[in-house]
Design a protein around this ligand. Structure first.
Ligand code: ZN
Length: 136
């Protein structure tokens, strides 16, 4: 798990700017910046969320920050964790850390019926002229 370091957190100034943006001058309260919510926040409520999580490359900037009420922040964080896990899995697949489920079996279990009649085609990964099509 990637540790969050101090530089991933919003600066005091940016936090203040995000709070200012969520301020409703008319009702004189902060609002949750989730458009589907918009709940009025009591004094001291509200959490500054990284819209794109730090673990996925998000930066602690005003543009990547927004003020959320506690339930929205919890829901968003749960969603972030799912996205981070998914991206971890995809990265692992690319780097070969986890072998895909459909990896080549170490030993063929059964000789296919048409095995003997099939043309011998061994893919050579170093042969850059082999395109895999039209070379028969
Ligand atoms: Zn909310």
């Amino acid at each position: 798990m990637t540790r969050r370091s101090h530089r991933d957190e919003f600066s005091r100034k940016d936090r203040a700017a995000i709070f200012d943006r969520a301020w409703d001058a008319e009702t004189r309260v902060h609002h949750c910046e989730n458009p589907a919510c918009g709940a009025a926040l009591k004094r001291g409520e509200g959490e500054v969320d990284h819209i794109l999580p730090v673990q996925l490359g998000g930066k602690p900037t005003i543009a990547n920050g927004r003020l959320l009420c506690s339930p929205c922040h919890k829901a968003k964080t749960a969603l972030d964790i799912r996205m981070i896990r998914k991206s971890d899995r995809q990265r692992d697949k690319h780097t070969g850390a986890i072998r895909p489920k459909s990896s080549i079996p170490s030993r063929p279990r059964k000789t296919p019926k048409n095995y003997a009649s099939a043309p011998l085609r061994v893919w050579n990964p170093w042969d850059l002229t082999a395109t895999g099509k039209g070379s028969d």
